[in-house]
Design a protein around this ligand. Structure first.
Ligand code: DX5
Ligand code: ZN
Length: 218
């Protein structure tokens, strides 16, 4: 079953709770919380306070995408605020095993992300240790960018490794996922789809847009 993960980076923050509920009504499966530190990526976004605010508002799991240089520093605050899973970047933790185990010891799921220019071969050996691999389909830092077409072959390769090494591992894509690109990413083997602009910027509204993406990914 495909999963849709609305990225709240593109939501209207003056009514964040309502916005998230609209996606839940459309069948969204988890909330994607983009955390940026202004160092690993050239932008600042949000911290654990946003999870704390959302926790009572939705039943969906809160997935925290840490686009930060020092992810370990922030885990405890996010756990206290109701986060359910963490994704950090292999670029900042080239030896990620300790961090993976630490996140598991907190009782949370763990994902490893790689940017579009990062050698995916380096991700391969960690697939047996993780719950989710995140193949970035844009360079992280901003919503509303275009899907990088070369991503499709990378998704296909990572899916092949997941089949061989850890079939329970999810394969997520993030960046430029919309009605035009989701089918291609899905056919290549992705099963979790982050979408910000395509959901919160949709003319038809976030509920219908979420439903539509679900249908296209199935
Ligand atoms: C990229 C973030 C994404 C982003 C996706 O820096 O990690 O999660 O918000 O936004 P869209 O779907 O608008 O490309
Ligand atoms: Zn993200």
């Amino acid at each position: 079953m495909p999963a849709i993960a609305p990225s709240i980076l593109a939501a209207d923050f003056s009514q964040l709770g309502e916005q998230v509920k609209l996606t839940e009504a459309g069948g969204a499966n988890r909330v994607h919380v983009d955390v940026m530190d202004g160092h690993f990526v050239p932008n600042l976004s949000m911290g654990s306070i946003v999870c704390k605010g959302l926790r009572p508002v939705t039943k969906m799991p809160l997935e925290v995408h840490l686009m930060v240089e020092a992810p370990a520093k922030f885990l405890d605050d996010f756990v206290k605020s109701g986060a359910d899973s963490f994704i950090f970047h292999l670029e900042v933790e080239p030896e990620p095993t300790e961090m993976i185990q630490h996140i598991r010891s907190l009782g949370k799921k763990v994902g490893l992300a790689v940017n579009p220019n990062f050698a995916i071969e380096k991700l391969k050996r960690y697939i047996p240790e993780i719950d989710l691999a995140l193949c970035m389909t844009v360079f992280p830092g901003f919503g509303g960018q275009k899907y990088i077409p070369e991503s499709t072959a990378r998704i296909r390769q990572i899916r092949q490794w997941i089949r061989e090494l850890n079939p329970a591992c999810e394969l997520e894509v993030d960046g430029g996922i919309d009605a035009r690109t989701i089918g291609e990413a899905s056919a290549a083997g992705a099963n979790v789809f982050v979408a910000g602009t395509a959901i919160f910027g949709a003319k038809e509204g976030a509920t219908a847009a979420t439903k539509h993406l679900h249908d296209l990914a199935a």
